[in-house]
Design a protein around this ligand. Structure first.
Ligand SMILES: Cc1cc2nc3c(=O)[nH]c(=O)nc-3n(C[C@H](O)[C@H](O)[C@H](O)COP(=O)(O)OP(=O)(O)OC[C@H]3O[C@@H](n4cnc5c(N)ncnc54)[C@H](O)[C@@H]3O)c2cc1C
Length: 337
């Protein structure tokens, strides 16, 4: 059995108290919500905070008020919200495909958005990592994905972030210094080691969504096991159509191909002002294919993941057009291409 390292544990009852503890204890402290991402990492000594500040007893993080979703909502609770399913189907589909029912009962919205980046050379036991002299992301100097380079290529594997970037959602970050709201997209940077712009003493308290009356959204995920697995490629899309079916705005985002969710602006532009025809969809899918540059840091080969970018985006957009894509969703689970 792999044991957790020793740590001090705090379970504050308010956001105010939690931010105070984080400010007092500095970089040795981390917050823990459901613990489904952080605790396995601690067991493997990938992350070794000396202090854990639990968010589980803070009621204000668990509220749902219209377009404001508390970061402490479990993914099961999020999926049980009929309004989320009806207005933000892309978000609902992403949340419903995270891990397993048991993990969704524990894992939270905020924890998913702040999930550590992943890599074949990093998500291993301490002994395994030691046997290769570790990697740049923890305890070593070299990125084994691209040994000649000077950056870490671990990928963003959160399912929910691409869906929220597509919906142009924002997050509220709270610390002793005050609160700020930023687009979800701005919370990420292209650096596998330091992938969050969120400061260590900031708590993600809420996700803020815009009214989605005129929007359609969806989320498609490629993974090895259809029952549960991290994404190795995902496509989130959100579009706003006018009465005549002409695209007014389109946001297409790829997940699990880079250290942050990739908003492919060229793909959105390829659709804007046009009807969702097979041709305009193919053009947008081609732009996404060109922008996706996955490397060999996760399951499946990078070349295959890149090749599947165009079909995944095509399926997403055809579904938003109103086509019945249930057979393609089934085939995706069984890897029948
Ligand atoms: C077997 C397995 C399969 C999985 N499959 C998937 C999958 O398919 N897709 C997927 O997206 N994830 C997957 N996960 C990862 C994880 O279960 C989910 O991402 C989950 O939503 C994380 O939420 P949590 O509350 O458990 O986060 P925690 O583990 O508590 O925290 C994760 C990180 O976020 C930080 N954090 C948590 N809450 C906040 C907050 N409010 N403000 C600031 N920082 C915060 C923590 O400090 C930590 O760094 C899987 C995990 C396992 C073990």
């Amino acid at each position: 059995m792999i044991r957790l390292p020793r740590f001090e544990y705090f379970a504050p009852g308010s956001l105010d108290e939690a931010t105070r503890i984080l400010a007092d204890r500095g970089p040795e402290a981390m917050v823990v919500a459901g613990g489904t991402g952080l605790l396995p990492n601690m067991k493997r000594r990938q992350q070794v905070p000396k202090v854990l500040v639990s968010l589980g007893r803070i009621p204000e993080l668990k509220s749902v008020a219209g377009v404001r979703l508390g970061a402490g909502l479990t993914l099961s609770t999020l999926c049980a919200q009929d309004a989320v399913k009806a207005q933000y189907p892309g978000l609902w589909q992403a949340a419903a495909q995270v891990a397993t029912p048991q993990l969704r009962n524990m894992g939270t919205l905020g924890g998913n958005l702040c999930l550590d980046t992943r890599c074949n050379y990093y998500d291993q036991s301490y002994e395994w990592r030691k046997s290769i002299n570790f990697c740049m992301k923890k305890d070593g100097d070299v990125c084994w994905v691209a040994p000649g380079g000077c950056r870490c290529w671990a990928i963003s594997s959160t399912d929910i972030a691409p869906a929220l970037v597509a919906l142009n959602a924002r997050v509220r970050l709270v610390s002793r210094q005050g609160a700020r709201e930023i687009p979800v997209e701005s919370m990420y940077r292209m650096d596998g080691m330091d992938h969050l712009t969120r400061k260590p003493d900031e708590i993600l308290s809420e996700v803020l969504l815009d009214d989605a009356t005129d929007w359609r959204s969806t989320y498609w995920k490629l993974r090895r096991r259809g029952s549960f697995d991290f994404p190795v490629l995902s496509a989130a899309a959100a579009i706003r159509l006018d009465q005549g079916g002409v695209v007014q705005e389109a946001r297409i985002v790829l997940g699990a191909v880079a250290s942050k969710p990739l908003l492919i602006e060229e793909a959105g532009r390829a659709l804007t002002g046009k009807l969702l025809t097979d041709d305009s969809i193919a053009e947008a899918a081609e732009k996404a294919f060109a922008a996706a540059k996955p490397l060999d840091m996760t399951d499946f080969t990078a070349a295959w993941r890149k090749r599947l970018t165009a079909p995944l985006v095509t399926y997403a957009l055809k579904e938003l057009r109103g086509d019945d894509m249930s057979a393609q969703r089934e085939r995706l689970v069984r890897h029948e291409w």
